[in-house]
Design a binder for this molecule. Structure first.
Ligand code: DHK
Length: 145
């Protein structure tokens, strides 16, 4: 049976589509979820979004304990300062793709250093919401070995 891919989204991403569309576009989170499921290639997808750091940590523990194949994560604002999130990801044994809709390296300095990038297998930033589809395709390739 194909392994499970966790797609996890951090704070404020529930507002996609109406949140700073000049930066994040007009695609809604529901449309992002549909894109991820369409690109899953037979893998089960567990798709979540939360505005709470501890909930994200709990889902990473769930993925770890459940031996999920891989994690695609947009940590949003938690990318830059969350040690608990970083520590949880360090316990996950599979590939991790960090995703940012915007190119964080062209933004304000507070957005330019992601702690999550220190444990991510790969980082996608700046492709807009399409980056989720890219991440799913690359995760499939990683899991196919
Ligand atoms: C999303 C957020 O909510 C911001 O806090 C990050 C990221 C960028 C994104 O581009 O998806 O800085």
């Amino acid at each position: 049976m194909a392994s499970t891919i966790y797609v996890l989204n951090g704070p404020n991403l529930n507002r996609l589509g109406k949140r700073e569309p000049a930066i994040y576009g007009h695609t809604t989170l529901a449309e992002v979820e549909a894109m991820c499921r369409a690109e899953a290639g037979g893998h089960e997808v567990v798709f979540h979004q939360t505005n709470y750091e501890g909930q994200l940590v709990d889902w990473i523990h769930e993925a770890t304990d459940g031996e999920a194949g891989g994690i695609v994560i947009n940590p949003a604002g938690l990318s830059f300062r969350s040690i608990p999130l970083l520590d949880a990801l360090k316990m996950f044994g599979g590939p991790i793709i960090e995703l940012h809709i915007s190119n964080i390296h062209r933004r304000d300095p507070i957005y330019q250093h992601s702690l999550v990038s220190t444990v991510a297998t790969a980082v996608i930033a700046g492709l807009g919401a399409r980056g989720y589809g890219t991440a799913m395709r690359e995760m499939r390739a990683m899991l196919a070995g």
